[in-house]
Design a protein around this ligand. Structure first.
Ligand SMILES: Nc1ncnc2c1ncn2[C@@H]1O[C@H](COP(=O)(O)OP(=O)(O)OP(=O)(O)O)[C@@H](O)[C@H]1O
Ligand SMILES: [Mg+2]
Length: 503
């Protein structure tokens, strides 16, 4: 898109009561100091945005003469059509005209916004303007027109391991999320790793302390000797105890039968002494002859039954006594002592064997802990690797982007990034010419720097505008800039002269 100025008309704009400029490809303005050269350029930024060439608010109302209204009109071509814009100022009230039609400020500004970005236009029109912006805006403007390197481009420029790792990870997360994720993970894993290390250390120390002194095989051999002996003794004790138990049982049962005999003897006395009453025990009526006899028979019957039971008790006891007589009590106290002695030997051996088993378990635990520690270390290293890879990515991206910008520049160089002490990349913006900071440049050097930069911006943005090169007498040579050139020069003793189209 190319903006071409055709003509400019100033009425009561600062020192200019009435001035018309017809622009050519090059428009030369000359004249002594204070002849109104700068004012011409200024009138254009005022017409468009109500500001001076450096972006400050401007009131162009003449102060040296009486004037009804200030009015600036610019006829230009926007690449397709001619546009005539005018801005007026009368007693502090602004007025706007688009192609001579009075317009609202909003419509006027909208038309301009649709044409070009304000900062871009001012940067292209006045080579000094760019440097008056905040560095962040300067940076944004330069980068706006330089495409950032694509992910793939950066991955390819990184060491292969880093590039491959990030290429795989970005399928799932954004780079900044990957960074956040693994910084957080690293923090946690750092702690986890320290804990894992101390756990294995404790387990190893414990193992050293608890290590069994006698080998398991010796313990088992020793135990089996004592167990065999114990089993033999136990067998004796067991078989003895079966006989002895039998004797005890028999003695118990004989005693019970003896007790039963004594009780029955007492009952016998009572039964024998029982008298036969001749009156009824309940109604007290004298019993008849048969009844008495029946009572006597009943008593005899009961006595006979009793005797049978008594005889059986005695016979049972005698049978048990005969059985008892066939058994001999076996004394196993010696064997019991021996068994106890053997058990006392076996118990500590068993404890030692258990200790072996526990030791094996602890060993397993320790190996598990070592594995866990190694796993944590692997994950930790992975996260460290990824965080470093992201850092390297940003550094490489910055490097590639800076290289792209650098490719556009001849004498200038632009620093877009700065590596901090911790290795992280910080954005910055510094323009240098021939290795010198912009701020250190001489007047002519800074004009040349401005011209080079505005040409780069013009090329990259595809917007070509006229450039107003004020005070050109202070610069002896410069490369012809892109777009129409409006150049002013102080010439001592001369009145204002403007040589533009056809002049
Ligand atoms: N509002 C105003 N009304 C009237 N005159 C003004 C107003 N503002 C500035 N001037 C004067 O207009 C004149 C022209 O100024 P201008 O800056 O355009 O001169 P110049 O040709 O660029 O001079 P130099 O060579 O010193 O840069 C100066 O005398 C200045 O004091
Ligand atoms: Mg001037």
């Amino acid at each position: 898109m190319q903006i071409k100025f055709k003509s400019l008309k100033l009425q009561n704009f600062k020192s200019h009561r009435d001035l018309t400029v017809n622009f050519g490809e090059v428009t030369k303005i000359a004249g002594d100091n204070a002849e109104g050269k700068s004012t011409i350029g200024e009138s254009i930024s005022w017409l468009l945005y109500g500001i001076d060439l450096l972006g400050n608010k401007l009131d162009p109302t003449p102060v040296t003469y009486e004037a009804d209204e200030t009015l600036v009109s610019l006829l230009f071509n926007d690449g397709q059509k001619d546009v005539l814009l005018s801005r007026g100022l009368k007693k502090g009230r602004a007025s706007y005209y688009i192609n001579e039609v009075p317009s609202k400020a909003g419509d006027y500004n909208e038309l301009l916004d649709n044409l070009f970005d304000k900062d871009l236009f001012l940067s292209l029109f006045n080579p000094n303007y760019f440097f008056t912006m905040k560095w962040t805006d300067q940076r944004a403007m330069v980068l706006q027109y330089v495409t950032a390197p694509a992910n793939k481009e950066v991955f390819a420029a990184l060491p292969k391991a880093q590039g491959d790792k990030l290429a795989a990870l970005v399928k799932k997360h954004s780079l900044s999320d990957i960074d956040k994720l693994h910084r957080d993970k690293k923090k946690k894993l750092d702690k986890q790793y320290i804990a894992a290390q101390s756990k294995t250390k404790t387990l190893k120390e414990q193992l050293e302390e608890d290590a069994p002194r006698v080998p398991l095989e010796s313990l088992q051999a020793e135990k089996s000797i004592f167990t065999k002996q114990l089993n033999e003794v136990q067998e004796v004790i067991n078989s003895a105890s079966s006989t002895n138990n039998q004797i005890n049982t028999l003695n118990g049962r004989i005693k019970a039968l003896l007790d039963e005999r004594s009780r029955m003897q007492e009952q016998w006395k009572i039964l024998k002494a029982e008298t036969i009453e001749d009156t009824c025990r309940t109604c007290k009526q004298p019993l008849k002859g048969d009844a008495v006899k029946a009572a006597e028979e009943d008593k005899e019957h009961r006595k006979a039954n009793f005797k049978t039971t008594y005889d059986k008790t005695v016979a049972d006891r005698k049978a048990l006594e005969a059985q008892l007589a066939g058994l001999t009590f076996v004394d196993v106290s010696e064997q019991m002592a021996k068994a106890q002695e053997l058990q006392q030997k076996i118990t500590p051996i068993e404890a030692e064997i258990r200790n072996h088993k526990q030791f094996e378990d602890k060993e397993k635990q320790m190996h598990k802990a070592v594995d866990a520690e190694m796993e944590t270390l692997d994950s930790l290293n992975e996260s460290i690797f990824i965080v470093d890879a992201v850092k390297a990515y940003y550094a490489k991206e910055a490097e590639l982007q800076a290289a792209k910008v650098d490719d556009l520049l001849d004498n200038l160089s632009i620093k877009l990034f700065e590596t901090q002490k911790n290795g992280e990349i910080k954005t910055t913006f510094e323009i240098q010419m021939d290795g010198k900071d912009y701020r250190k440049l001489s007047l002519s050097e800074s004009i040349r720097a401005g011209l080079e930069l505005r040409d780069v911006l013009s090329e990259q943005s595809d917007v070509i505008t006229p450039v107003f090169l004020d005070n050109s007498e202070s610069i002896t040579r410069f490369k012809e800039p892109l777009g129409q050139l409006i150049v002013s020069r102080v010439v001592a003793g001369e009145e204002l002269s403007i040589k533009g189209a056809d002049e």
